[in-house]
Design a protein around this ligand. Structure first.
Ligand code: LMR
Length: 354
């Protein structure tokens, strides 16, 4: 009779499944921590030719764990096969940056992977698949992927900025001397890169505007902002490789935010299709639709709310001041600055800064 409450099996595909981030993430998914205790899952793991042995090892460990909710584990190196009927796809596999690199330096290597995976999603995945892009530079990779998957709603593609949101909440909580759960309404605007804008104007601590609680506004503008922007790079320097456990946790948070109703009055950040941004801006300072005269077709982190159905809407009642606007504008950069490689023409003409 226990089986009666079980939901229908869902297919979850994960790329880079033999990597460090996945090694933290897969066991959380299999345990029910992510999709809930009544949700059986099938894990479809995508690796590369080089990683296939390791992938077999990961599958063995998953099987040996006897997770009651894990009904199927399959592995493969062909994204067209692995993404078949997937309802969630977590694109983690990509070359990570090393010390001294910017995430943008990875575009030439990783852009190609995401073009191919976008095509595979378009051909094989469930038509309403939700895609979370983690491999860097994740906003641009998400855009490339989205462009190559025209049959999938553009709004279903997310670039992970939840890690930045979590980092920002942690720093604000430490500064204010409160537990991190007292920090809410934390928006990361823009890209998952050093141009990102952690928004302390709209964020709240114990329900109050951050600037009322943390009186040192210079700290907010300078130290706090830079700390969040550069956290990933500092971690690489210290650890010798990029964040893995905290990234996995933030992927869990990102998924859970889409499948559970957002608490009243709060929101979460996700990198989503910029076309939606116009809604936000038309309600506030910008009334002419396209504030910067730049291409609209980008993936940009913004505040979102969900009813818990896997979908989301943008939060409209955010405020802007000169500081925030100036910072947000810096996110953009003419595409000629970065697109040296093999980007498709639509993306070459776009303005997805890095
Ligand atoms: C992070 O923010 O930790 C990841 O994006 C890895 C990186 O390159 O910083």
């Amino acid at each position: 009779e226990e089986t009666k409450s079980w939901k229908k099996l869902i297919n979850i595909a994960v790329s880079g499944a033999a990597g460090m981030i996945s090694n933290h993430l897969l066991f959380k998914i299999a345990s029910g921590e992510v999709f809930g205790p009544n949700q059986p899952v099938a894990l479809k793991l995508l690796g590369s030719e080089r990683s296939i042995q390791a992938l077999e090892g990961v599958a063995m460990e998953l099987e040996d764990s006897l997770f009651p909710l894990l009904r199927e584990v399959s592995i493969g190196i062909n994204p067209y096969e692995v993404f078949q009927d997937a309802e969630w796809v977590l694109l983690i596999g990509a070359k990570p940056r090393g010390p001294g690199m910017e995430r943008a330096d990875l575009l030439d290597i990783n852009g190609q992977i995401f073009a191919e995976q976008g095509k595979a999603l378009n051909a094989s995945a469930s038509p309403n698949v939700k895609v979370i892009v983690v491999g860097n530079p994740c906003n641009t990779n998400a855009l490339i992927c989205m462009k190559n998957a025209p049959n999938i709603p553009a709004k279903n593609f997310h670039a992970l900025t939840r890690l930045d949101e979590n980092r920002a909440k942690c720093q604000l909580a430490l500064k204010a001397g409160v537990f991190y759960d007292q920090v809410s309404n934390m928006t990361i605007w823009g890209n998952h890169s050093t141009t990102q804008v952690p928004d302390f104007l709209n964020a709240r601590i114990k329900g109050l505007p951050v600037k009322e609680v943390i009186k040192d506004h210079k700290w907010l503008e300078e130290e706090f902002t830079e700390k969040v922007q550069k956290r990933g790079g500092v971690l690489i320097k210290k650890w010798g490789r990029s964040s893995a456990a905290s990234t996995a946790v933030s992927i869990v948070d990102a998924i859970r935010s889409l499948i559970t109703p957002t608490p009243e009055g709060d929101w979460f950040s996700s990198g989503v299709n910029n076309l939606l941004k116009l809604v936000v801006y038309s309600r506030s300072v910008y009334t002419n639709g396209n504030p910067y005269g730049i291409a609209e077709d980008i993936v940009f982190s913004m505040p979102c709310r969900s009813k818990g159905d896997g979908d989301y809407e943008l939060v409209k009642d955010v405020i802007f001041d000169d500081y925030l606007l100036k910072r947000i504008k810096k996110v953009y950069m003419p595409v000629s600055f970065w697109c040296k490689g093999d980007c498709s023409s639509e993306i070459r003409e776009g303005f997805q800064g890095l």
